[in-house]
Write a protein that binds this ligand. Structure first.
Ligand code: C5P
Length: 296
């Protein structure tokens, strides 16, 4: 028997970062949105534990851990799973791209394991397991659009009258999230304890006006990500020159996302950027959190 769960990529419409806490994590005030790039995770009963990873043409599966350190495998351990399983991951979400691809795999594995064995654990139990696996994993379960506080793991849905159209440009090589946070600390040794709030953004999300949303997008990790990868600044400028309402780094990067005014607008920006960038993908948001797509 096997269960397959699909989980979406995230972007951060707002990412306010405060000074590091005593545990080394940064306090966040963020607004996540799940967008339509997905990883599928199948958890199947098996004779012994094994893992296989496949992906879209632009994914280098060699960048994904192929052993027990893979976060989807760690998710099964977190779920106190005792019997052996085969885990199959099919990736569409860029690896180390600032889009919570690993978190999506962890969330999908948690849910697939729960459903495969008919456990039907309460949401609070799955969310607590998710939070222990990583800051973005609870949001990957929930999906839609949600505010994240704490280190990102305390999530609360917010009103969003999208859909919004995005163009996504992944980078060839990923960025390490801890490196980007460390660089934020170097650039902002006097960061306030309280991260910036997404006040204008929440009103814009409820308005259905892309121009208003574009004005209120904010990412405190954009500056350190661009400082580490200056070419991202050029990409953002290019996308905006080609007609995107606003370009930004997704989370800790290096993927960049461009908010467009409509589906037609997104297609035009895609066509223009495709002349210079190998991989340019369309996406809408918000979309659902982790959900079962196949039971065999
Ligand atoms: O929680 P997660 O495992 O996704 O975090 C990866 C790394 O990103 C952490 O080890 C930490 O260096 C950094 N991080 C942080 N503050 C957060 C979330 C992540 O410093 N709120």
């Amino acid at each position: 028997m096997s269960t397959t769960v699909r989980a979406a990529a995230k972007i951060n419409l707002h990412l306010g970062v405060g000074a590091p806490r005593e545990d080394g994590f940064h306090p966040l005030d963020t607004v996540y949105q799940a967008i339509s790039l997905y990883d599928d995770v199948t958890v199947a009963e098996a004779e012994e534990d094994s893992l296989s990873v496949a992906g879209s043409a632009y994914i280098d599966v060699r960048d994904v851990p192929g052993d027990a350190s893979n976060i989807a495998v760690r998710a099964l351990a977190e779920a106190a799973c005792r019997s052996p399983h085969h885990v199959r991951i099919t990736k569409q979400i860029p690896v180390a791209g600032g889009m919570a691809g690993g978190s999506a795999d962890a969330a999908a594995a948690l849910l697939a394991h729960d459903r495969l064995h008919g456990l039907s654990q309460p949401d609070e139990v799955l969310l607590a397991q998710a939070a222990r696996l990583g800051s973005d994993v609870p949001f990957s379960l929930v999906g839609g659009t949600a505010r994240g506080r704490g280190r990102g793991e305390v999530v609360e849905p917010v009103a969003d009258r999208g859909p919004w159209w995005w163009v996504v440009v992944p980078a060839r090589t990923g960025l390490s999230t801890p490196d980007v946070y460390r660089h934020f600390d170097r650039l902002h040794p006097d960061a306030p304890a309280q991260p910036a709030e997404p006040t204008g953004l929440l009103a814009a999300l409820a308005s259905r006006e892309p121009v208003r949303l574009a004005r209120t997008l904010h990412n405190d990790l954009q500056e350190p990500a661009i400082d580490l990868r200056p070419e991202l600044g050029a990409l953002i400028q290019r996308g905006e020159a080609e007609g995107a309402l606003r370009g930004m780094v997704s989370g800790s990067g290096p993927t960049c996302v461009f908010l467009c005014d409509s589906q037609e607008g997104a297609m035009a920006v895609m066509a223009a950027l495709s002349a210079s960038y190998d991989v340019v993908l369309p996406a809408i948001g918000p979309v659902a959190g982790a959900h079962v797509v196949e039971v065999l």
